[in-house]
Design a binder for this molecule. Structure first.
Ligand code: 5GP
Ligand code: ZN
Length: 119
C-alpha cells in the first residue's frame, strides 16, 4: 500500500528505501523505524506507508490501519521490554502540536518515566 506517495516527503523516501533507517517492523501497510534523535531509551516511529499528512486526515475508513499501528506498537513495546512499566504512543498534529514531518507517524516512547503533560 504505497500508492499515496509524496516524492518530496522525508518519510515517503524512507518507506521507499531511498533514505536509510533502522527498521524494526515492516508489513504491507506500516513501517516502524528508530527515531534518528531518540528522546527516550526506546523511541520508535510507527509510520503509515501511505502518505497521510497527519492524524487530522484520518477517517473511519482508516480504522484497520490504526488498529494495526497500535497492535504493532504494543508488540514492539513488549519486544523492547518496556511494556510492563508502561510507555507512550503519541502523534503530533500541526506546528503547535509539535509535528515536524507531515507524514502520519506515532511515537512509541518508553524506558524511563515520562512527564505529563508533555509541554
Ligand atoms: P514529529 O516532530 O513530526 O512529531 O516527529 C518527527 C520525528 O522524526 C522526530 O522525532 C525526529 O527526530 C524524527 N526524524 C526526523 N528526521 C528523521 C530521519 O531522517 N530518520 C528518522 N529515523 N527519524 C527522523
Ligand atoms: Zn510521506
Amino acid at each position: 500500500m504505497t500508492a499515496d506517495r509524496d516524492p518530496g516527503c522525508l518519510f515517503c523516501r524512507i518507506v521507499a528505501g531511498e533514505l536509510p533507517s533502522t527498521r524494526e517492523h515492516e508489513d504491507d501497510a506500516i513501517l516502524a523505524i528508530r527515531d534518528i534523535a531518540p528522546r527516550a531509551p526506546t523511541h520508535i516511529l510507527v509510520l503509515s506507508k501511505a502518505h497521510i499528512p497527519s492524524a487530522a486526515d484520518l477517517t473511519e475508513a482508516h480504522g484497520p490501519l490504526l488498529g494495526r499501528i497500535f497492535a504493532t506498537a504494543a508488540d514492539l513495546a513488549r519486544r523492547e521490554g518496556i511494556a510492563d512499566r508502561g510507555y507512550r504512543v503519541v502523534t503530533n498534529v500541526g506546528a503547535w502540536g509539535g509535528q515536524t514531518v507531515d507524514h502520519l507517524h506515532f511515537h512509541l516512547m518508553g524506558g524511563r518515566a515520562l512527564q505529563w503533560p508533555p509541554g
